[in-house]
Design a binder for this molecule. Structure first.
Ligand code: ADP
Ligand code: MG
Length: 483
């Protein structure tokens, strides 16, 4: 018969399974073995220190909730780590962990137990605390909410980010004093906006420790504002934000469709700007294309400098990975890094995800890190990650559908059929990629952003009036969506 701890754990797994992706479940939860349940403490055996740290960093909230659900509020979790004594001595070991968190003593005395007290603050502090504190507080007490590792040293420079990086550095060294106010950083997903935004805050703190810096996501800002209405302390909310010298608001596009929050932010913006305070914002779109944001706010965003972060080229991607493994104190063969950088080429976050996955697989299954292991992991990774539809792919699809050569689409030809195919490529690129109108225009026959806007409008009109045209469009759309 199943032991009670096995039953409890299997119930936990059912909940966990529903909350994470199948591949994450397989990688991080399938290898866990429950070993005992005593006085509301469930002990889980995990394959390595690395594994434990990963769970703690990424899944602690989920684990916490699940355990409490199964065992009640007193429920706690304890890990038992299987340590391999030979790990640190072998020469052919694929990688060694020099991370300072590694418990050296533990290596000699396997297995060890690391109690995780789910009720304690140490766990709570993993989630970002609410920086909004009510009055009476002094400026100096405001915690900037910055992540130390997201600094300029760790931010690799490349052609893709030169302007944004140097503008960020200038702002960090001279907040409120450059013409880059606000500084707006924009890019697609996983290309370093958040990292750079933190780096600016850290730079300010390094040069001007007395300045009050605050990093906040637009979502946190919105929630704090809503709370302040609910608690009837809007004045405190405003007062709090008036104290900030350098305000970093991440993912400002999240304010779309929230007119009240935008209104508050608009007044805050004006107040800070007039008082020579620095504002840094990030967004997934340039100001001209942000929808759902009021024009008066958009016009403010255009006052300073908007700089984009583009997809890094191969060399920069390699440099990012190399820096990452250096910082984490792990080693990895050069050809594996090259494989990652060449296969995953549009999103730095995914690249880092693959790197960590490879480390984890090797550590769990005690396999060498080599090209074979890496390509297995990357293949899975690339398959699971939603493929990004690119302008190139859309152009190819549309040209194939109408059987016209690709270079015609990219040419300046004004022949009717070419124009129509080009307009369709523009329309789908606007719909399915995060590229700006200018970039789309540039790639489709070197046109300007107004031409792209016009193309989108023409296609939409035709969709409403021409049934045959609509059938084409639907068919092409279904091909694009399959990707
Ligand atoms: P975004 O906010 O644009 O979605 P992030 O700032 O969260 O992207 O970046 C995703 C990951 O990629 C982070 O771990 C970040 O440190 C890393 N990263 C992105 N660009 C760089 C870079 N130029 N140098 C070093 N790391 C980078
Ligand atoms: Mg971000």
């Amino acid at each position: 018969m199943d032991q009670i701890y096995e039953k409890v754990w299997s119930q936990c797994l059912t909940v966990i399974k529903d909350n994470i992706s199948p591949s994450a479940f397989k990688t991080w939860f399938a290898p866990i073995k429950p070993v005992r349940l005593k006085e509301n403490v469930l002990t889980l055996q995990v394959p390595s220190q690395f594994f434990y740290e990963w769970l703690e960093e990424h899944y602690i909230d989920l684990l916490k909730k699940t355990i409490k659900k199964e065992l009640g509020p007193e429920g706690r979790l304890e890990y038992s780590i299987i340590m391999d004594n030979t790990l640190s001595r072998q020469h052919n070991q694929p990688f060694t962990v020099h991370a300072p968190t590694l418990n050296k003593k533990a290596l000699k005395n396997p297995p060890i137990n690391i109690p995780i007290e789910l009720n304690k603050d140490s766990v709570e502090s993993k989630t970002v605390p609410n920086p909004f504190v009510i009055p009476g507080l002094k400026k100096l007490n405001i915690h900037p909410q910055l992540i130390d590792s997201y600094n300029f040293d760790n931010f690799i420079q490349g052609d893709c980010n030169r302007l944004a990086r140097s503008a960020g550095l200038a702002v960090g060294q001279n907040p409120g004093k450059t013409s880059f106010n606000p500084l707006l950083l924009y890019s697609g997903n996983g290309l370093g906006k958040t990292h750079l935004a933190h780096a600016i805050g850290i730079e300010v703190k390094t040069h001007y420790p007395e300045k009050t810096v605050l990093y906040v996501t637009a979502e946190q800002f919105t929630n704090q504002f809503i709370d302040s209405i609910r608690n009837n302390n809007q004045n405190d909310f405003v007062h709090f934000y008036h104290m900030i010298d350098v305000l970093v608001v991440d993912d400002i596009h999240c304010l779309a469709g929230k007119p009240k929050t935008q209104d508050v932010f608009f007044h805050l913006f004006n107040y800070l700007h007039q008082n020579g305070k620095q504002i840094v914002i990030t967004s997934d779109q340039p100001p001209v294309e942000m929808s759902g944001i009021e024009p008066r706010l958009l016009s403010r965003f255009k006052w300073g400098l908007s700089a984009d972060l583009q997809v890094p080229d191969f060399e920069t991607r390699m440099a990012i990975l190399q820096k990452k493994i250096l910082n984490d104190g792990v080693e990895m063969p050069q050809e594996v890094l090259e494989l990652i950088s060449s296969k995953i080429n549009t999103n730095v976050r995914e690249m880092e995800g693959a790197l960590i996955s490879i480390l984890a697989q090797s550590s769990m299954n005690k396999k060498d890190i080599n090209l074979k292991l890496a390509s297995q992991v990357i293949e899975k990774f690339v398959k699971h990650a939603p493929q990004e539809v690119t302008i190139d792919y859309i152009q190819k699809t549309v040209c194939q559908y109408f059987d016209i050569p690709l270079d015609k689409l990219k040419s300046k030809s004004r022949k009717r059929e070419t124009v129509q195919v080009r307009q369709l490529a523009m329309y789908f690129s606007k719909l399915y990629t995060k590229s700006s109108l200018a970039v789309i225009g540039n790639k489709c026959g070197n046109k300007d952003h107004a031409t792209v806007l016009h193309a989108c409008k023409t296609v939409r009109n035709l969709l409403d009036t021409d049934k045959r045209f609509k059938r084409y469009v639907d068919e092409i759309e279904s091909i694009i969506k399959v990707t």
